[in-house]
Write a protein that binds this ligand. Structure first.
Ligand code: HEM
Length: 527
């Protein structure tokens, strides 16, 4: 009789491939539950069955509240040792950058933002581009997107922005009306909207898209001096975007195309590669600019702030297990190493609270002990216990009874400082105020004019298709905002809306023209 009715034996014939329970009991029958007679009833002491079913019941963890759909890969970052023509040490003492040819392992997760874990990868949405660098000084996460700007500049507005883009809480269908109801009251979003509704809102795949840190960070050198910095990933294989029509064709046949493209390219040894470039500004308010350097709705003009290459990244290994690596990986904007710093960008500071907060809920209090999240260097903390504690992160030779600091009984000690402290000074009133120099329309207008004709045409069509079922007041406010960016931009959207038929409802991907017709046909067929 097997112990606990588990279908197990003591296993003298056990091999390396033998199926076991999580308790290590070999399983001899994985097909039949233990029952009284052939026709049941089942018994409750059947450990192997109960372990199997109850674990299955718990297989899902909460998916990410945003960026749920993703794909990931391992690789390395290789430093150039310079930022453009200058030694990089002039700007940052971060060790991963300093030495030419130095390699740091990385894990990257690409994603779309709004819809769930198995949603089509052809949807109009920003794409996430998050990189975890396992450096000798601990982890650095650069959590970016493909586009270089964002919809809002204050973290206070983020939950509202996401609610407006997520499906309607009543119908569970994404709605252009709800999106533009929010956007027509958010003029700082015009630059991002102009990108998002153009072909740049549907990258063709993950390998051929740019990445950007979007927010402004700082670098600090050995002397404790800081500069403002923006990060950009430039794909070696070029940039490729899709029109709405091209995306719909792909979606009809394959809704995992970007994940598949990444996986297959790596399997075939066609390794995706990006160059990391930075833009640098002195650490002050820059009153000579018509925008604030801490405003993430703006691009820093490259003629004044050129892209300086600092290294390259190659992805050369697929994950072995999607859940353990891609689903459980946890990135955060607060995860920086010595020589890298925050700026006072209000979005960045809000983000920094949000990431580790959600990960303690989504993955669990000990999420940093999972192999994908743990640094590849020594970890020694006095943090203990909590759900699913796997390691006691102690130093070799540490007195196991001393889990506090300071102590003279063999506990952990503080590290010596490396380089001078960076000590910015603040002298201002505590307020709730918008930033000066908002300049919400200029760069959006420049972007509209810089697009090629086919990109501009696609932008107008996608906006008109998404806005046409919306309330007239929302349409009018949007036309007014587009006109402030560029007279032609507003005029073309207005003309498009005037000539479009106005269906009552839309229910397909934003930007799509065919959805109402498709829904009507489906309804007819079902009657
Ligand atoms: C994921 C919050 C803005 C890029 C997430 C997640 C949260 C979040 C809660 C889920 C994280 C997880 O479950 O592991 C916020 C807040 C923002 C903000 C509060 C603004 C205040 C941005 C911006 C970018 C960005 C501006 C682009 C620069 C990403 C990426 C991911 C992500 C790439 C997915 C990371 C992954 O692959 O695991 N964000 N976010 N977010 N966010 Fe943000």
């Amino acid at each position: 009789m097997p112990p606990n009715g588990s279908g197990a034996t003591n296993g003298s014939t056990e091999t390396d491939q033998t199926l076991t329970t999580r308790q290590g009991h070999p399983i001899t029958d994985n097909q039949n539950t233990r029952t009284v007679g052939r026709r049941g009833p089942a018994t409750l002491e059947n450990y192997a069955f109960i372990e199997k079913i109850t674990h299955f019941d718990r297989e899902r963890v909460p998916e990410r509240v945003v960026h749920a759909r993703g794909a990931g890969a391992h690789g390395y970052f290789e430093a150039y040792g310079t930022a453009g023509d200058e030694p990089i040490s002039q700007y940052t003492r971060a060790k991963l950058f300093g030495q030419k040819g130095k390699q740091t392992p990385v894990f990257v997760r690409f994603s779309s933002v709004i819809h769930g874990g198995h949603s089509p990868e052809t949807l109009r949405d920003p794409r996430g581009f998050a990189v975890k660098f396992y450096t000798e000084d601990g982890n650095w996460d650069l959590v970016g997107n493909n586009l270089k700007v964002f919809f809002i500049r204050d973290a206070m507005k983020f939950p509202d922005l996401v609610h407006a883009f997520k499906p309607d809480p009543v119908t569970n269908i994404q709605s252009g009306e709800r999106i533009f109801d929010f956007i027509c009251n958010t003029p700082e979003a015009m630059h991002m909207i102009t990108f998002l509704f153009s072909p740049w809102g549907i990258p063709a795949n993950y390998r051929q898209m740019q990445g950007s840190g979007v927010n402004t960070y700082k670098w600090v050198n050995e002397a404790g001096e800081a500069v403002l910095v923006k990060y950009h990933w430039e794909p070696k294989h070029g940039i490729r975007n899709l029109t709405q029509a091209e995306a719909e064709q792909i979606q009809a046949k394959n809704f995992n195309h970007a994940t598949q493209d990444l996986f297959d390219a790596i399997e075939q040894g066609n390794y995706p590669e990006w160059e990391l470039c930075v833009q640098i500004m002195s650490d002050d308010e820059h009153p000579e600019l018509d925008f604030d350097p801490l405003d993430d709705t703006k691009i820093w003009p490259t003629d004044q702030f050129p892209f300086l290459p600092v290294g390259k990244m190659v992805l050369n290994r697929n994950p072995q297990n999607y859940f353990a690596e891609v689903e459980q990986v946890a990135f955060g904007t607060g995860v920086l190493v010595d020589g890298l710093e925050f700026s006072d960008d209000k979005m960045l500071q809000g983000r920094t609270l949000s990431y580790s907060d959600t990960q303690r809920y989504r993955v669990g209090a000990n999420y940093l002990q999972l192999p994908i999240n743990a640094p590849k260097k020594r970890v020694a903390t006095n943090q203990r216990d909590g759900q699913m504690a796997y390691n006691v992160d102690m130093a070799l030779g540490q007195n196991p009874r001393v889990n506090y600091e300071p102590s003279i009984l063999g506990g952990l000690q503080e590290a010596p400082k490396s380089g001078a402290d960076y000590t910015p000074r603040y002298d201002a009133n505590l307020v709730r105020q918008k930033i000066d120099r908002q300049n919400n329309f200029k760069q959006a207008g420049e972007r509209f004019r810089a697009f090629e004709d086919w990109e501009r045409d696609d932008l107008i069509t996608n906006l008109v298709n998404t806005l046409k079922p919306a309330d007239k007041r929302i349409q009018e406010k949007m036309v007014e905002l587009f006109s402030q960016c560029d007279e032609e931009y507003g005029r073309r959207v207005r003309e498009g809306l005037q000539s479009a038929q106005s269906p009552q409802q839309t229910s397909g991907p934003i930007g799509s023209a065919h959805t109402d017709e498709a829904v009507r046909q489906a309804k007819e067929q079902s009657h």
